[in-house]
Design a protein around this ligand. Structure first.
Ligand SMILES: Cc1cc2nc3c(=O)[nH]c(=O)nc-3n(C[C@H](O)[C@H](O)[C@H](O)COP(=O)(O)OP(=O)(O)OC[C@H]3O[C@@H](n4cnc5c(N)ncnc54)[C@H](O)[C@@H]3O)c2cc1C
Length: 387
């Protein structure tokens, strides 16, 4: 078995990378030890929410452009596969409760008119009255009105990964029972962890979610990140699909197109099982979501879900080559915003791999060198971690 490129991990990042690499003409094998899309990307929340436009920097710009690209990109994906992804650019409402936030919102209004004039559309950020949304958001939570933006969107994570996987049919070989162990660079061999299976290849992309950090540590002796567990929940609540998502102080309420509303989430640094649901961990954010959106009080709870997000210690995604040979590449660390930026991260990496004439430039803080320098500065080698 051989290919130009092996991608390890069939989550949202690995699937987009496989798509861009195959479109660029590379032969690609995608390996996962689970079914694709069943890791951290198998959640229910699907909020695609922009950084606030009260200031502008290369990281924010990267994300805003990524969100602006999605409607067209997902439209093409849906046409090509005949599958829906649950994508909708339905906006977001945030209650304004304190003076400081109200002032920040005013800076966002001004910032959006300057920075949100994008390739596809001009997006708005504005202050709106709670009247008109009283059925959707608790008016008592918004004494100073609401902030509303039109760049926020939603997608159904499971549908999106399924559509991406379907789009690879016939162009990418997918092996879903392969546990990646190591890449023997000189021999050009990807070895399974048990050592009994191998794939001949020139290059490897490690897109193994939070497990990428362990694989990188074996190669660099540096700790670049860890997995943060989280829970979300899904309710049946038909008739609200076109309403904006709600966000308040870490809690999201996201209406989806199939008559469900997702809420989330919590964060746990310490955890034992990646996908075991702990009901106690859900009660806090579900209660707060019900306070924010009283209609959820009578809605049927369909599912609680748990998964692990990849988070780099430098708090940014990691994209690029590890080492001078440029044969092992890393693609991970989207933490809470992966679904909105995964395609652009993957495209940027594939453009580098294929020495494309035009290349998306990545924020400096996404580069591997930045993360390695951050780890050295903090003394996060194999001899101990200070986090
Ligand atoms: C509760 C919760 C809510 C979230 N909400 C949102 C949200 O609203 N919006 C948003 O954008 N993001 C959200 N996220 C974050 C997002 O889901 C993740 O950041 C994203 O799914 C990570 O994608 P990934 O492709 O990097 O990793 P994963 O989806 O985890 O994929 C990695 C894959 O690699 C495979 N793998 C690992 N090691 C190996 C190996 N050695 N060999 C072979 N295969 C391997 C795994 O089986 C897995 O399938 C949320 C996450 C959680 C936990």
């Amino acid at each position: 078995m051989s290919s130009d490129l092996v991608i390890v991990g069939g989550g949202i990042l690995g699937l987009w990378a496989a798509k861009y690499a195959a479109d660029a003409g590379l032969s690609v094998i995608l390996v996962d030890y689970k079914l694709c899309g069943r890791g951290g990307s198998n959640g229910v929340l699907g909020a695609l929410a922009p950084h606030l436009p009260d200031s502008n920097n290369e990281k924010k710009q990267f994300q805003w452009r990524a969100l602006d690209e999605l409607p067209a990109l997902i439209g093409k994906l849906e046409v090509a596969t005949g599958l829906v992804t649950g994508y909708g650019q339905t906006g977001r409402l945030m209650p304004i409760r304190v003076e400081g936030f109200a002032n920040r919102m005013q800076r966002c209004v001004a910032g959006a008119s300057e920075h949100w004039q994008m390739k596809q559309r001009q997006y708005r950020f504005e202050q709106v009255d709670v009247q008109g949304f009283e059925d959707w958001i608790n008016p008592a939570m918004a004494p100073m009105g609401l902030a509303y933006d039109t760049l926020s969107a939603r997608a159904a994570p499971r549908l999106l990964t399924a559509a991406l996987k379907a789009s690879l049919e016939g162009t990418v070989e997918i092996i879903e029972d392969f546990v990646y162990g190591q890449f023997l660079e000189e021999a050009g061999l990807v070895m399974s962890r048990c050592g009994t299976r191998s794939i001949k290849t020139d290059r490897v992309i490690l897109a193994a979610g939070y497990e990428t950090y362990g694989l990188v540590k074996e190669l660099t002796r540096q700790d670049l990140g860890h997995g943060i567990k989280g829970h979300s929940a899904l309710f049946r609540l038909p008739g609200v699909a076109d309403l904006p998502a709600l966000y308040d102080n870490g809690v999201y309420v996201v209406p989806h197109g199939d008559g469900t509303v997702a809420v989330g989430s919590n964060s746990q640094k310490d955890w034992h099982s990646a996908d075991e649901v702990d009901e106690d961990q859900c009660s806090g954010f579900i209660e707060r979501a019900r306070e924010l959106c009283p209609r959820l009080k009578n809605a049927q709870l369909l599912e609680r879900w748990a998964g692990v997000r990849p988070r780099s210690f430098a708090k940014e995604p990691i994209v690029g080559a590890l080492g001078d040979s440029e044969r092992v590449h890393v693609l991970t660390g989207g933490f809470k915003i992966s679904f909105g930026i995964a395609h652009r991260l993957a495209q940027a990496l594939v453009e580098r791999l294929t020495w494309a004439e035009q290349q998306i430039s990545l924020p400096a803080s996404y580069e591997v060198a930045y993360h390695l320098a951050d780890a050295r500065k903090d003394g996060r080698g194999v001899w101990g971690s200070n986090r």
